[in-house]
Design a protein around this ligand. Sequence first.
Ligand code: UDX
Length: 468
Amino acid sequence: MRIAVVGSGYVGLVAGACFADLGHEVILVDNDQSKMTALRNGQVPIHEKFLPELLTRNRGTRLQFSDDLKEAVRVSAAVFVAVGTPPTESGEADLSYVESVAREISGAIDDYKVVVEKSTVPVYTSEWIRRIILRNGTDPELFDVASNPEFLREGTAVTDFLFPDRIVIGCDSSRSAEVLREIYAPLTGATYYHRAEAIPQPDRALIPPPLIVTSTKSAELIKHASNAFLAMKISFINAVASVCESVGANVNQVVHGIGTDTRIGSRFLSPGIGYGGSCFPKDVMAFRAVAREHGYDFRLLDEVMHINEDQRHRFLRKVNSALWTLRGKRLGVLGLAFKGGTDDIRESPAIAIVQSLLQQGSKITAYDPAGMERAREVIGDHITYANSSYEAAHDADALLILTEWEEFANLDLGRVRQELKYPIVIDGRNLYDPEAMAAQGFTYYSVGRATSHPDGVPAAVLKNGKKA
Ligand code: UDX
């Protein structure tokens, strides 16, 4: 199958590389010429496991890069639109990139094509794409608009794409459904998984993944509703964590107790400093806005956003309660990316917290295994960038853990204690066991669990003169 993918951001680049790996002829189109040249020359613009391998083995053969959208559409049977849909000031998705792509596509349709929404878009966008293409004079028999939402997570994007829990295709005609079925046949028929060079299978993979065929509107809603539900799950457990802190319960035990109910499930129940990234914050807002536009006041989502925002403030209050004033204090910060396994800092709660700490006059030395280059573009030289976790901890009044990188969960604690000026760790991601930290000599703050103190610390140095 010949496929054009328009937009070379996270979704477009990963989808393009994966479609090529499935055996399709793919043209990845972007009007950013320098990006296309870099990709042609072998550069990989994002930090994503297995992506370099997929690009290397398909580049120049089954995967071409182009800035000529019309030509790519002309030679393709399906055109996946994966351009950005950033939020406007009022929280709606800005669909101007989608619209201009639709306009341009319409001039290049001379035989049957399926135009597929891959970007996360509000319900009714497929209707609009259809109208724009018709308005520009295209014969209605020559195209269909379909929706094929993408559920990949950053950091595991390639694996998520190739081993999905499900594939959703929203089609209003059997002809377009047939094209999409054929594109995903190597996955739904499981032939891809038997190839020697296939990407390694993750735990919990469902093989073959189910294909769910819906109307286009339902598919559009599935994407927004999925992301809003997951964000709600995180805010729910963050709210429960706050209650745990008030009553002296342990949120980990609560998560274990509720997560084993198979109707609830334990995934996406890790409390922390709130969700960030390029999807959840934007999509919850956009879903809220589109529901309102269509007459439903989805106030539950306001609370999801409110709890998420509050989580950062709660963490900052913990830093204050551990250190009192912050002016002139040195803080070691572990993590700048919005989550572990990615260099992406968009809407990162870690960055927001660092900026607040700077405003309060603290001096920060931060380390992130992948996100420092991007963080520097935003924070500049207002902080010091360390080469390791230990360097970040060196001579600091406290160590703050802000991103759930695996390597932060496996630190040499003896070494961390030696580096720190005071053995205080404030963990926004619950990577350590409070008792074990106390046994290692730390005063340890986390989320939804009591603060632990090393044995033998004089009561006067503890908050309120007593162990929390
Ligand atoms: C998300 C969706 O998971 C994915 O299906 C969709 O296609 C895009 O948006 P992503 O933004 O890559 O993926 O990250 P995800 O792993 O979902 O994490 C989002 C945020 O939630 C991160 O900031 C993470 O730290 C936070 N999170 C996640 C929690 O705080 N607790 C959890 O239990 C899970």
